[in-house]
Design a protein around this ligand. Structure first.
Ligand code: BGC
Ligand code: ZN
Length: 367
């Protein structure tokens, strides 16, 4: 079968190659599920992997099949994987367990191992191909009525985890009724986080670089949230005008914003950091002020990476509620479909060059 691959460590090595089709027996104990891949989304991580800044091939291979945001359809199940039926629409989690205690209880997204395994990213092949076989533990059913937006499941799971972790942590307050949130970043992740927080009933301000109006600012407003450009309004000013924020979610990839967020976060507030920043940026920060604010304000900052199946399941619930509450909104995120694995060049070029893109994805087979 065909697969879009890179040679990790070699810049711009994206290419198409013939790879062996996986077999049901690749998963032991009759627990294999064979999934035909329909659509795969790409994001900044794929860009970094192709730029050789990130990513590793599975042991024994010198190439890595790209792609971690998948939607597929079950074709066949092993004798002991009967919880699925042929034709079921499914997505898959990205990380696979290592050996820490967190991995052993299904929370591999919380691993304390130094090495982590992520399909399409690190040490495991991804989904930009025709088929995969996996254990039901890592496969999540997507309702038929969500198949058109199912390729958004993985980025949704990332936002779900960050937000769910914040709610968990805030149980320290006995009563927590968050009213105001700021979301930093208005790309796919920022938009999905804005959606989830609106579904939870919060007043949300979403900050992006671009001046409104543009597609993303309109999408924010369609959710009844507010959009502001950081060119017109700093986070500090946004907080004076619309805060104090009970929650700030930082998803821009620009790490200095984390410290501005720490400064402006409201009392008892929680800051959620979800940007993977591979660089080596340094900034000066008002350390005393930030520390004092955290201490006197009982504030929390939490980092959040990846997501286990629990958060994918929350994602299914929220995408379904979103379709009922804001019909047609999710579809508008699917701005740049690229047809066929053989158009991998166009896929990566669109990802790097299309400034107006929200979700770029590969259409591998018809829904
Ligand atoms: C993926 C996550 C992954 C993270 C770090 C993100 O792009 O969506 O699943 O954990 O990269 O590798
Ligand atoms: Zn990703």
């Amino acid at each position: 079968m065909k697969a879009i691959c890179v040679i990790p460590g070699k810049p711009n090595s994206i290419h198409l190659r013939e790879v062996p089709k996986p077999r049901l027996e690749d998963v032991p104990h009759g627990r294999g599920v064979l999934v035909k891949i329909l659509r795969v989304g790409v994001d900044g991580t794929d860009k970094e992997i192709n730029a050789a800044e990130y990513g590793a091939a599975p042991p024994g291979d010198d190439y890595l099949i790209l792609g971690h945001e998948s939607l597929g359809q079950v074709e066949e199940m092993g004798p002991d994987a009967q919880e699925f039926r042929p034709g079921d629409y499914v997505t898959a989690t990205v990380r696979r367990p290592g050996s820490s205690i967190y991995d052993l209880i299904g929370t591999y997204d919380m691993t304390t191992d130094d090495r982590y395994y992520e399909r399409g990213i690190n040490l495991r092949h991804g989904f930009l191909t025709e088929y995969y076989v996996d254990d039901p533990e890592y496969i999540i059913r997507v309702p038929q009525g969500l198949k058109h937006v199912g390729v958004l499941m993985e980025p949704t799971s990332i936002a779900e985890k960050g937000i769910a972790q914040a709610y968990q942590i805030q149980r320290r307050l006995r009563v927590w009724r968050p009213r105001r949130a700021a979301v930093l970043g208005a790309g796919t992740l920022g938009l999905l986080a804005t959606l989830i927080l609106r579904l939870r009933g919060l007043a949300v301000v979403t900050l992006g670089l671009t001046r409104p109006p543009y597609r993303n600012s309109e999408l924010v407003e369609q959710l009844g949230a507010r959009y502001a450009s950081t060119q017109d309004l700093s986070l500090q000013q946004a907080s004076e005008k619309y805060g104090p924020f009970d929650m700030i979610l930082e998803g821009t990839g620009f790490s200095p914003l984390v410290f501005q967020a720490m400064e402006t976060l409201g009392k008892n507030g929680v800051l959620i950091m979800v940007s993977v920043t591979g660089g080596d940026r340094k900034v000066q920060i008002p350390a005393d002020k930030i520390n004092l604010g955290f201490v006197l304000g009982n504030k929390v900052a939490v980092g959040s990476v990846n997501a286990n199946r629990e958060y994918f399941e929350m994602g299914v619930q929220d995408l379904a509620e979103a379709e009922l509450t804001y019909p047609g909104w999710l579809c508008k995120l699917l701005t740049h479909p690229i047809k066929g694995l053989e158009n991998y060049r166009e896929l990566i070029d669109t990802l790097t060059e299309a400034k107006d893109a929200i979700k770029v994805y590969c259409e591998i087979a018809a829904l």
